[in-house]
Design a protein around this ligand. Structure first.
Ligand SMILES: *[C@@H]1O[C@H](CO)[C@@H](O)[C@H](O)[C@H]1NC(C)=O
Ligand SMILES: *[C@@H]1O[C@H](CO)[C@@H](O)[C@H](O)[C@H]1NC(C)=O
Length: 522
């Protein structure tokens, strides 16, 4: 092993004692062998970088909760005190000044995404299957633990037991621009590999567009309204079930790996990565590509917000619940702590943030009270059964409208509460090294489909990996239909038209069908 890496985070599913217990359990994934870290990021035969290989320390301790427990409050970045900002800069400066081989150093922590987005690790016994913490139910808990240890290391470097990370709540109109503390040249929080359009400006991130998309002419007010509607769509309309919010199970007993990203991860988590990344680097480095994203300090406040929104989702509806499958609860990761001690954590220990010693400051949730169509107007257009048939697999080169006969219409309210009607866009094939985006609408008009929100369901988006050759992985994209069909008064319709609008990259779609998802079961 040539270089030392920082964090090893391993999705390991505690073994065979659970095999065969309860409902259909997948084959349990074992931790990768730490001694085997593959050379990664190749171009053809040329190895560009191998920096993610972590130290293979034998001694691993199990995580224990802090005692006595206390609750620290993570604030919104714009509400930080001057003193807190100075401490944050100083702690980050010290972290960047640590020896690059120190597992606590900023460079080594940044490598965690590198390690998990490139195929440095394989799942045990499955050398062809890279370990991946995105695009499945591992996404929220992995990042929660990652931030927990990052914050602890910062805290110890300035010997301030009160120190907390802030969050960037870009879901609020007051924070839809790059936070100014990250935009001061020479500050430890600055990164030059960013989208220059956002720097030193008041330019708003537009959740409906990737960063170098030719922009439709929208006023700031329109962008803010659209962003709020996207938030409501993703946090409510497209997150009625545990499976939609978290993404798919991460299991290996399939003929091939299958990625199903959760709603918030897909959008706007991915679009924020894309917007902040530079327009002049090959893959939008730093933030615009997973292998470099965590080299930008803003990564950590982007993810505290995602972590906060996980809690918001649980708070806004008492029916919203974390997965309770053993394969989820018992999954474990390894991180280096503030003493550079390799520590094993499990997902079940991160589900209660109070027990981890923090909560998020209360800030307004301006998207929550938008009406359930998320649309400015009612638009009741009918699907019809006489459009041309689309043949799958479909190479999505231009807008395609697909007429679907629903399996069930005019559902009762009780039925709608217990099962969500979803459209599943299945077996999506794409180049995982590319930015990819397409939009999904129900019964749209021919009016400007780029900006129309009234019949908009969601966007599919891929953030590029660094140089990993993912072969034979297909992705599934799930959109919720129940609220939207009610909103456009189409719930009694037998046919609906689903329109796919390509925005960026090459996309092939294997199939499209309607299904019903249980509120909690996967
Ligand atoms: C979460 O943790 C706190 C602090 O340990 C505890 O008081 C509380 O009861 C826990 N909540 C749940 C739902 O377990
Ligand atoms: C929908 O179902 C209700 C009863 O559940 C029925 O009264 C109503 O006529 C139905 N509407 C349509 C358009 O089928």
């Amino acid at each position: 092993m040539t270089r030392r890496g920082f964090i090893i985070a391993i999705a390991s599913f505690i073994a065979s004692i659970f095999r065969g217990v309860g409902k259909s359990m997948g084959a349990l994934i074992e931790s990768p062998d730490l001694a085997v870290c593959k050379k990664i990021h190749t171009q053809g035969e040329v190895v560009i970088e191998t920096t993610c290989c972590p130290p293979n320390r034998k001694k691993i301790v199990d995580f224990v909760f802090e005692t006595p427990s206390r609750i620290r409050v993570r604030p919104a970045v714009q509400h930080m005190t001057v003193e807190h900002i100075e401490k944050y800069k100083e702690a980050t400066r010290r972290m960047k000044a640590l020896d690059k081989d120190d597992p606590r150093s900023f460079a080594q922590q940044a490598n965690v995404h590198y390690a998990y987005c490139d195929d440095a690790y394989s799942e045990m016994g499955l050398p062809q299957m890279p370990l991946e913490v995105h695009k499945s139910w591992l996404f929220f808990p992995f990042h929660r633990w990652y931030l927990y240890f990052h914050e602890k290391i910062l805290r110890s470097l300035i010997e301030d037991d009160d120190f907390v990370l802030p969050f960037w709540n870009y879901d609020d109109p007051s924070s839809m621009t790059l936070p100014s503390i990250f935009d001061e040249i020479n500050s430890p929080l600055y990164d030059q590999l960013r989208n220059q359009d956002l720097c030193g400006s008041t330019k708003l991130i537009n959740f409906r567009s990737y960063r170098d998309d030719p922009q439709p002419q929208l006023t700031d007010t329109e962008i803010i309204q659209n962003n709020l509607r996207v938030m409501r769509l993703q946090m409510v309309t497209n997150s009625k079930t545990t499976q939609q919010f978290f993404g798919g199970k991460y299991i290996v007993d399939r003929p091939r790996p299958n990625h199903t990203p959760g709603s918030l991860e897909m959008f706007p988590h991915n679009i924020v990565h894309s917007w902040v990344g530079s327009k002049s680097t090959p893959k939008g480095e730093d933030m615009g590509s997973f292998h470099t994203a965590a080299r930008d300090p803003i990564f950590y406040v982007h993810h505290t917000n995602i972590d906060r929104l996980w809690g918001v989702w649980k708070d806004i509806n008492c029916k919203n619940k974390d997965p309770d499958e053993l394969e989820f609860l018992e999954a474990s990761f390894l991180f280096y702590d503030e003493k550079a001690q390799l520590t094993r954590v499990t997902i079940k220990d991160c589900l209660n943030t109070s027990a981890l010693g923090y909560r998020y400051d209360n800030v307004p949730i301006p998207w929550l009270d938008l009406d359930k169509t998320c649309a400015p107007t009612f638009i009741n257009r009918r699907g019809s059964n006489n459009l041309r048939k689309v043949i799958f697999p479909l190479v999505l080169k231009s807008m395609e409208s697909i007429t679907i006969r629903r399996r069930m219409n005019n559902r009762s309210e009780v039925e709608k509460e217990s099962r969500e009607e979803v459209a599943i866009i299945d077996d999506i094939e794409l180049d995982y090294e590319e930015s990819v985006m397409f939009d999904v609408y129900i019964n749209p008009s021919d009016a400007d489909i780029r900006t129309d929100m009234s019949n908009f369901c969601s966007s599919f988006m891929n953030v590029p990996n660094g140089g990993r050759s993912i072969i034979d992985v297909k992705t599934r994209f799930v959109v919720g239909l129940t609220d939207l069909l009610d909103g456009i008064q189409a719930d009694n319709d037998e046919y609906i038209v689903i329109t796919l609008v390509p925005r960026k990259g090459n996309i092939k779609i294997g199939g499209l069908f309607i299904d019903f998802l249980d509120r909690h079961n996967f």
